[in-house]
Design a protein around this ligand. Structure first.
Ligand code: ADP
Length: 467
């Protein structure tokens, strides 16, 4: 059942629009054609009135042979042209004289305008109503002899037949226009239905996919290469993206659960063993210290996950001016301290003064993550930090001479929980460092990339738009 106020179906709307436009078009065409017909008929009438008047004028009536029997003579000269017309002569003072027999005692009216025109030698066409109520088209033509107005000739024709013709034409329009409109609307409904049928089919298919929650399914394009096929392709691309995102989410949840379970298992095992028998204070202290380590690892993991989800949701970071050069020097200090413990020489290269808009703590975290990795994967080697400014972008470069990354894995390292080297696990990393760095950089409108080859070290670059 259709609700009141519910939006109209596209096909109904299309049909309504189409019918409305057609109605306006038919109306305009009808009005124009009716006016044109009327104008043409009047023009024809005027021409034939003028012909009759001209004949009367040219034959020199009155005062010529015509005076004997003007009507008979006119009939002879004009033939059928004269049949439905009548005439009347008027003297310059406006007194009616000889007239057609069919007029009998009814004189044709002479308007003041026609008389004034005649005085100036100008003819007048007008539509007048006789005393009988009959409408007549009337021509008043002045006759002059040697520059002197001698008579006025009036020739008229009843408009009854013309009116009848026009009325019949109007009746035809009044029947044909609505009929055409109804037929066109019916055609419109059929066309709209046929045109939108593939859209219906497609939306049914899309609904089946979303309710079935099987994102691996695709909408089958019809192969016509038209707009609907493009729509199908767009929807399929969207489904593919959603499928990828869902898979990524599932993987993320599974990996996160796995990461959480490992320290919890260790924790549980240690506590169980400790409780199995009476232990010395020393022993309890050792178990508690080890448990605290696992708890700290869990806390770190939870914080990392929180941070990742905060920036992955593309929440705009708190905006303030961040001096990247001092941030880099800060990260360098951290690197030097970490490097000392591992025998890695950390150096500071060229640093240009640069500032960006964003969250200083988060950006520091992203840079420190890179420095931390560089030191971690460069035993006994060198690490260099630099900051360049060009083309409105700041480039933070962290390069090392460490173990490097296989180019095939270069993109994967930015995904959460990806660890290419087992050393990370020992170092307590969960594989979230680069994922966090990437989400922070992206939230700042920047990019992060890596260039590396196995055994030849790696270069990580963060590019950020300058403030
Ligand atoms: P983690 O927290 O384990 O360090 P990251 O996300 O920071 O995780 O790094 C992911 C993986 O990328 C690491 O396990 C390591 O295999 C690789 N990686 C990161 N940085 C470097 C580097 N500078 N040199 C070599 N490998 C690296």
């Amino acid at each position: 059942m259709k609700r009141w106020g519910a939006p109209l179906a596209v096909r109904t709307r299309l049909t309504l629009w189409y019918t409305a436009i057609l109605f306006v078009m038919l109306l305009v065409v009808s009005v124009l054609s009716y006016s044109r017909l009327r104008w043409t008929i009047m023009q024809d009438l005027d021409t034939s009135l003028l012909t009759v008047a001209q004949v009367i004028h040219d034959t020199g009536y009155p005062g010529s042979d015509l005076a004997a029997g003007p009507e008979t003579a006119l009939r002879q000269i004009l033939g059928p042209e004269f049949y439905d017309k009548f005439f009347q002569l008027v003297d310059p003072e406006g007194r009616p004289g000889a007239r057609s027999t069919q007029l009998r005692d009814r004189a044709l009216p002479l308007s003041a305008a026609a008389r004034a025109n005649a005085a100036r030698g100008v003819r007048t066409f007008e539509t007048v109503r006789l005393a009988t109520g009959e409408w007549v088209r009337l021509l008043t033509l002045p006759i002059t002899r040697r520059g002197q107005l001698t008579h006025l000739v009036q020739v008229g024709i009843p408009l009854e037949r013309t009116e009848r013709t026009l009325a019949r034409y109007l009746e035809s329009l009044l029947v044909l226009v609505p009929l055409g409109l109804v037929l066109a609307a019916a055609g419109g409904v059929i066309i709209a239905r046929a045109g939108l049928q593939p859209v219906d089919a497609m939306s049914r298919m899309a609904r089946r996919i979303t309710t079935g929650e099987d994102l691996a399914q695709r909408i089958v394009p019809r192969g016509t290469g038209d707009e609907l096929d493009h729509l199908a392709e767009t929807l399929n691309a969207m489904l593919a993206r959603l499928e990828g995102l869902f898979a990524q989410m599932r993987r993320f949840a599974a990996d996160a659960a796995h990461e959480l379970r490992t320290p919890l298992t260790v924790l549980k095992g240690e506590i169980e063993v400790a409780l199995r028998a009476e232990r010395s204070t020393e022993e309890y202290r050792r178990v508690l210290a080890s448990s605290l380590e696992e708890v700290e690892r869990l806390t770190r993991l939870a914080e990392d996950l929180l941070l990742l989800s905060r920036f992955a949701a593309r929440m705009p970071p708190p905006r303030s001016r961040v001096e990247l050069d001092s941030l880099l020097v800060d990260a360098f200090d951290v690197g030097v301290r970490l490097g000392q413990a591992q025998g890695v020489a950390v150096r500071l290269g060229e640093v240009c003064p640069a500032a960006v808009e964003g969250d200083a703590a988060a950006l520091r975290r992203a840079i420190v993550n890179l420095v931390d990795n560089a030191v971690k994967y460069t035993p006994g080697g060198k690490v260099e930090l630099s900051l360049g400014c060009a083309d409105g972008r700041a480039s933070i470069v962290v390069s090392d001479t460490g173990i490097g990354i296989d180019p095939a894995d270069a993109q994967r390292v930015f995904e959460p929980f990806v660890r290419l080297d087992t050393r990370t696990q020992e170092a307590g990393g969960a594989g979230l460092g680069l994922a966090i760095a990437r989400s922070i950089v992206r939230a700042h409108g920047g990019t992060i990339s890596v260039e590396s080859s196995l055994g030849a070290g790696s270069t990580f670059t963060i590019r950020l738009p300058l403030a």
